[in-house]
Design a protein around this ligand. Structure first.
Ligand code: KPL
Length: 323
């Protein structure tokens, strides 16, 4: 299926920072899914990439029905003056890239732009919210998605995991009703979009999902679905129990049994998917371990809690990445 978006940056007011698998997935879902659910032309979305010049690229998206859509996307350079038109910026870079990629852009955006962080793990929201104090019109929402995509090549992704996208306001100017409505295209039957207030408990819940699936799939070199096997269950429970104790000290009450059910659901929903950490290790890229299990260990140290299982996972992933 060929859908050619007019290469119009002038009308674009939504930008996705980071053209990795999740960034491209968000691009296609916002850009291709019209109210009717049919692929249709949409030219209010651009990607922001690392390349030295703004460029047009043909992107391919293989959807859940195995249909491949082609679209011409604008990929803005990080200095493009068009950034001044962007009033919704969805940040899909890795947790360890957020500060370097996002903070230099803040002064270039529309003064009332709303930023949404959509990475795995916790930590970067602290630096971003501190930086936002210098830009009183800007706002910050935090979010997480259990959807997954596999990169077939740099500009071709396949939708491999169907889950929920959860968002909530964190600080600054709230998201306008108009943009909230625009984001509703992310909502479809088996891939709901949900709003939460407060949002932090939801991010801790997603932290649990990533703290289990990501390191275990990377260490055991397996697809997410294989973690449903009986032999992994004691370790999964231990990771969750440690996380629940740490979250409690951070003022977040989580029920271990509910978390376990949620983790199992995501394992089932993304069973064919290879987690982002599995893929990072396989491609010799940096992992987000410091922002996932590493964050649990960091907070545990603050509260003098022992988290041996999470600690050993961090050590094993670090060792694996160095091999
Ligand atoms: O977020 C993910 C990831 O791989 O980083 C999950 C939900 C585990 C899907 O693979």
């Amino acid at each position: 299926m060929v859908v050619t978006a007019k290469p119009l940056t002038a009308h674009a007011n939504i930008a996705i920072l980071g053209a990795g698998a999740i960034g491209q997935l968000m691009y296609h879902k916002l850009g291709l899914t019209g109210q009717s659910g049919q692929a249709e032309e949409c030219n209010d979305v651009v990607l922001i990439g690392r390349q030295p010049h703004t460029q047009q690229r043909t992107l391919q998206f293989t959807d859940s029905n195995g249909r491949t859509h082609h679209t011409t996307a604008t990929i803005l350079n990080r200095d493009d003056t068009h950034l001044a038109n962007i009033n919704l910026l969805i940040v899909c870079v890795k947790a360890y890239q957020v500060e370097n990629a996002l903070l230099p852009l803040l002064s270039k955006l529309t003064p009332n732009c709303h930023v949404v962080l959509l990475h795995n793990g916790l930590v970067p929201h602290l630096a971003v919210s501190a930086a936002l104090k210098h830009y009183p019109g800007l706002g910050l929402s935090l979010g997480t998605t259990s959807q997954a995509a596999l990169k077939i090549n740099q500009w071709h992704i396949k939708h491999t995991g169907f889950g929920v996208t959860q968002l909530g306001h964190y600080c600054g100017t709230p998201l306008s009703a108009e943009l909230k409505l625009r984001l509703q295209v992310l909502h479809s039957d088996n891939q709901p979009l949900e709003w939460y207030q407060p949002v932090l408990p939801i991010l801790w819940q997603k932290l649990a999902i990533n703290a289990v699936i990501n390191p275990l799939s990377a260490l055991n070199k397996c697809a997410n679905g294989q973690l449903a096997a009986e032999k992994y269950q004691p370790q999964i429970k231990a990771i969750i129990n440690e996380l629940v104790d740490v979250a409690k000290c951070d003022g977040i009450e989580l029920a271990p049994s509910q978390l376990l059910t949620r983790v199992k659901q995501v394992i089932a929903l993304t069973s064919a998917n290879f987690s982002s950490m599995y893929q990072d290790v396989a491609h010799h890229r940096a992992t987000e371990i410091d922002y996932i299990n590493g964050y649990i260990c960091q907070q545990a140290r603050r509260y003098n809690l022992a988290v041996p299982i999470n600690q050993s996972l961090v050590a094993k992933i670090v060792a694996l990445s160095q091999q």
